[in-house]
Design a protein around this ligand. Structure first.
Ligand code: SAM
Length: 230
């Protein structure tokens, strides 16, 4: 994989980036996503940001080797502190991290969201936490998709700021309102596997001399939620 040939996961994220936008890609690592979007003239300008020096150097090298210095700016910074409002960023992508970390990045950078950029997010885990944050901050989901990339399953969500009130119930937060409606084969596989895994965990816990009853009950509740949807 490189900026000319993205993985299925990154290519799916790229499809949701609107033409002509000014992008910030947080935690860009090799900058493959913004470089691909610049090569294909999807973005007007991109900022690729990294908190860690190693990935930042990778990013700088990728931008140089692809000759994209005019279209892409690398920045070494933590989360949304990579931008100021004068950058006029109107789309932010954050992918390949846990939902909790993505939520923290959004939370700690709220001042940078004052112009309400479109958010395109791909949490590796804990999508529930992220959907809840989006709902609490007037970001409504407008697209969701789930992809199988070499047997790893990823959820991708696109959220737009709105003044209209809306609410997701527990089931929608857990499974994703659009994913729940679509119930694609990948979605079924993800939750079928998750249920089997949780049932295994319960079995193991019950075998211990002192089963953690509270924890078992919480996992059973999760299993029940999944059962109702499949
Ligand atoms: N976004 C790329 C992708 O989806 O393939 C790279 C994902 S990589 C697993 C996660 C990257 O996020 C790492 O390079 C890490 O240094 C960076 N990162 C983690 N926390 C960050 C933060 N608060 N601000 C900026 N970058 C961060």
């Amino acid at each position: 994989m490189d900026s000319k040939q993205l993985s299925k996961r990154l290519a799916t994220i790229a499809k949701y980036v609107p033409n002509g936008c000014r992008l910030l890609d947080v935690g860009s690592d090799h900058a493959y996503l913004p470089a691909y979007l610049a090569i294909h003239h999807v973005i007007q300008h991109g900022i690729a940001s990294e908190v860690a020096k190693g990935p930042y150097t990778n990013m700088v090298n990728e931008i140089k080797s692809t000759g994209l210095e005019k279209m892409l700016t690398p920045r070494l910074a933590n989360g949304l502190h990579a931008i100021t409002l004068s950058d006029h960023v109107n789309v932010i992508t954050i992918s390949g991290m846990g939902g909790e970390l993505i939520k923290d990045i959004l939370d700690q950078g709220q001042a940078k969201l004052a112009n309400h950029p479109l958010l395109i997010l791909q949490p590796n885990v804990d999508a529930y936490i992220l959907r809840k944050w989006l709902m609490m901050h007037h970001y409504q989901l407008i697209h969701e998709t789930i992809v199988d990339d070499h047997h790893e399953i990823y959820e991708i969500m696109v959220a737009k700021w709105t003044t209209q009130s809306f609410k997701y119930n527990h089931q929608q937060l857990f499974f994703g309102p659009f994913l729940l409606k679509q119930k694609s084969p990948v979605f079924i596989k993800k939750w079928h596997d998750e249920r089997r895994h949780l049932e295994f965990v319960i079995k193991q816990m019950n075998r211990s001399s002192k089963p953690p009853l509270k924890r078992i009950k919480a996992i059973q509740h999760r299993c029940q939620l999944i059962k109702e949807v499949l």
